[in-house]
Write a protein that binds this ligand. Structure first.
Ligand code: NAI
Ligand code: MG
Length: 356
């Protein structure tokens, strides 16, 4: 039986994860989903209970799981701590400990929410992009790095952009496999005109595509990609790119949708294990008030069913249920519109279960 590790985390984390668990429990009872579920500690709440944001027990349970569902970590309470003990270290430790090299960041704008975007509805309505970001390499991890003093006494900061061919090849494959189940178009984003490392990136991605007649590959420089995302975002199907470019472009794409409470994410390793979480943080400003939007976490469950649990059928079902709830006019505060019915966190979760 497949194993799921649930890590509610901090702030609104426990509230939104509770709603996602209602969906999972319903699918276990009525959808033929077989799943063994464990709970664990991560982030600031783990620090409070165990003195570290990532207890060994959590990492062990994570290694044994097929999928991890994470709420969010962090909050002002833990900001005075030194960096190594901060809640965010829990997340980074899970990513590196499990080798989660492929970060999947969909930017989807439900037609019912087209007015939430700062762009014109006709430019973004129905937007459905998947950004595949390399997550464990590139300039965020490359050596050497640091700040050094020059002979003249001035200081110099430096980081290194480095990718091995094997790292490029495996992220390209993830993007191609995902695109094959979508429109089949992959745009690889680089800066091959300036950076040798991404010249290699372009070469390796192109070579990898040669054996994939099902994929239509294009290339774009990152500065142009940033422009195209706000000019005509619907031209993209799947974007594959480096860690840093993906960090920036995925946040840009997310904001095109104008609804941070609606977007899920996945981080996968070579064994198909995955960590699933909403893109937003722990929202301490609204924690404990039953107003957070649980849909990003519920949609993260859909991604989990599709990418780690071999149940794409149930993933489709959840996504359709979310669409129906929006059609019914139910809205949490963050996506509230005139004439719609405002509901709280728990009511939204119940509505999705009812729609299922
Ligand atoms: P945030 O994403 O937590 O919140 C930004 C704004 O969006 C806030 O006004 C918040 O109320 C709102 N918001 C976020 N999620 C929402 C939801 N589901 N429904 C309705 N409104 C929602 O980002 P912020 O404020 O920069 O960070 C807060 C804490 O979260 C910090 O400690 C930060 O380090 C941490 N963080 C954790 C992440 C993670 O666990 N993956 C990612 C980003 C931030
Ligand atoms: Mg970011």
């Amino acid at each position: 039986m497949k194993k799921l590790l649930v890590l509610p985390g901090d702030g609104i984390g426990p509230e939104i994860v509770a709603e996602a668990m209602k969906v999972i429990d319903h699918l276990k009872a009525a959808g033929g989903l077989e799943l063994e579920i464990e709970q664990g500690l991560v982030g600031g709440s783990a620090y409070d209970a165990a003195g570290t944001p990532l207890p060994d027990a959590t990492l062990e349970k994570a290694r044994a799981a097929d999928a991890i569902l994470l709420g969010a970590v962090g909050g002002p309470k833990w900001e005075p701590l030194e960096i190594a003990l901060r809640p965010e270290k829990g997340l980074l430790g899970l990513r590196s400990g499990l080798g989660l090299f492929a970060n999947l960041r969909p930017a989807i704008l439900y037609p019912q929410l087209a007015e939430a975007s700062s762009l014109k509805p006709e430019v973004v309505a129905g937007l459905d992009i998947m950004i595949v970001r390399e997550l464990t390499g590139g300039i965020y991890f490359g050596q050497p790095r640091g700040v050094r003093e020059l002979d003249n006494g001035e200081r110099e900061g430096f980081n290194t952009l480095v990718y091995a061919e094997s790292e490029i090849r495996r992220i390209a494959r993830v993007a191609f496999d995902i695109a094959a189940k979508r429109a089949g178009r992959v745009c690889s984003v680089d800066k091959a005109n300036v950076l040798e490392c991404t010249e290699l990136w372009r070469e390796v991605v192109t070579a990898e595509a040669a054996s994939r007649p099902d994929i239509e590959l294009s290339h774009m420089y990152v500065d142009n990609a940033a422009m195209q995302l706000v000019r005509a975002p619907k031209q993209f199907d799947v974007i594959v790119t480096t860690n840093m470019f993906g960090d920036i472009l995925s946040d840009e794409a997310a904001m095109l949708t104008g609804s941070i409470g609606m977007l899920p994410s996945a981080s996968l390793n070579e064994q198909g294990q995955g960590m699933y979480e909403p893109i937003h943080g722990s929202a301490p400003d609204i924690a404990g008030q039953n107003i957070a939007n649980p849909l990003a976490t519920i949609l993260s469950v859909a991604m989990m069913l599709r990418f780690s649990l071999d149940r794409s059928d149930l993933a489709d079902t959840i996504e359709a249920a979310v669409g129906r709830v929006l059609d019914q006019g139910l809205r949490t505060a963050d996506i509230m519109q005139d004439g719609k019915r405002r509901v709280g966190t728990a009511e939204m979760g119940d509505a999705v279960v009812a729609a299922l």
